[in-house]
Ligand binder design. Structure first.
Ligand code: UD1
Length: 362
């Protein structure tokens, strides 16, 4: 019995990686389909290599475009594939455009859908991912959740309880099995920052990097922070373009960071693990820092991952310079890095998912 597993963008790859072996162990054949939403070596192939993900059986080669174009193009190309080679079920992960496109194509063709990382809600519909989450969950047959808030959100939306399965966080399966290898890298040394007291910054969300006022305000805070700590900034291609477009790359007062290329999985994990704190607008890094026990200041006004805040590692600081610096001040004055690991973030999530799919499909 064959399952098609869909991935398209960088944050999907560490979520599909741990699923493949347990699915095979319970007897499924797996077909990996890459939509091509991300295509640069450093945004895609690097993760397949480092995480030992088999080469995709099919790459739809969609690439960049408007959201509507991207979603419809993935659907069009997947229709052909699912019609010619219908799987027993389709597995989608996360909340990117490829996730929604694959779920919608499958359901229209009568193929059941399993959504991994289901039920997360920021309650901010201006966020493209929020629409993808709501839509994908509404049409999925198995909703695999990573934290208790997801169950509450899905129940509120009327999802029958028997479809919801609290299994834990699949991305933390990957983190736990690769942490030792990552620690051995000492990537901060390689990037010229020594071993401690540096900060990691990532920024890519349109609400931050497409708005010059917000981006400027964040970069002013980064400039101040860089007087105390070196700030390593692995740059997303979208952000690189925006810095140039707004003329910020040349502004001395906005230039506190040390820009580096997008990092591979192990290097990024190594950087986060050794950082004094992380500044980010990424969803995944809020969870990874929680698992690592590293303080995270999230450059957003909401999060779909409230367990990271309840755990004590994550704080929402928004985009205003003063708010960011006030939170940094609090971190500087308290050396305590303790945080609680959320329930079922234990490295066994993929096995739980495989067992449930086997029980229901085999
Ligand atoms: C996408 C996801 C977002 C996720 C992020 C992680 C959606 C709606 N957004 O946002 O949830 O957090 O990935 O990176 O699915 N580009 C390249 N090379 C690439 C890919 C993109 O240069 O390999 C550039 C292109 O100019 C493109 C832009 O980055 O237009 C944005 O890429 P896109 O996939 O549309 O969205 P992301 O911002 O990466």
């Amino acid at each position: 019995m064959q399952l098609s597993i869909i991935a398209g963008a960088r944050p999907n790859f560490m979520k599909i990686a741990p699923l493949i072996r347990p699915l095979k162990d319970v007897g499924f054949a797996t077909k990996i389909i890459h939509s091509g939403q991300h295509y640069d070596q450093k945004m895609s192939q690097t993760f397949f290599d480092e995480l030992n993900i088999p080469h995709p059986d099919l790459n739809l080669g969609v690439g960049s475009g408007s959201h509507i174009w991207q979603i419809s193009e993935v659907m069009r190309r997947l229709e052909t594939e699912f019609t010619e080679n219908p799987p027993a079920a389709v597995v989608v992960v996360g909340d990117v455009n490829s996730t929604l496109a694959a779920a919608l194509t499958a359901v229209k063709l009568g193929i059941p859908v399993a959504h991994v990382e289901s039920g997360l809600r920021s309650f901010d519909r201006a966020m493209p991912e929020e629409i993808n989450r709501i839509m994908t969950d509404a049409i999925s047959d198995w909703l695999f959740t990573s934290e208790p808030s997801a169950q509450t959100n899905l129940e509120r939306e009327g999802v029958p309880a028997e479809r919801i399965h609290f299994v834990g966080n699949v991305m933390i399966d990957t983190l736990l099995s690769h942490r030792k290898q990552a620690q051995a890298l000492h990537s901060s040394r390689e990037l010229g920052c020594g071993d401690k007291d540096y900060v990691v910054l990532t920024l890519h969300r349109p609400s931050n990097v497409d708005d010059p006022e917000r981006l400027e305000s964040i970069l002013k805070a980064v400039h101040d922070i860089s007087e105390d700590f070196p700030v390593l900034f692995p740059i997303h291609p979208r952000t690189r373009g925006q810095l140039q477009k707004f003329g910020f790359a040349e502004r001395h007062d906005l230039n506190g960071y040390r820009m580096v290329e997008p990092q591979g999985y192990h290097s990024m994990l190594s950087l986060m693990d050794g950082a004094r704190f992380v500044l980010t607008d990424s969803g995944g890094m809020q969870e990874e820092t929680t698992a690592l026990g590293v303080p995270c200041l999230t450059l957003r006004e909401n999060t779909e991952r409230p367990s990271t805040i309840e755990s004590g590692s994550n704080q929402l600081v928004g985009w205003r310079t003063d708010d960011i610096l006030a939170a940094v001040g609090r971190i500087k004055s308290s050396p305590d890095r303790s945080s609680q690991i959320p329930e079922k973030w234990d490295g066994k999530t993929s096995t739980r998912i495989a067992e449930i799919l086997h029980r229901d499909l085999a």
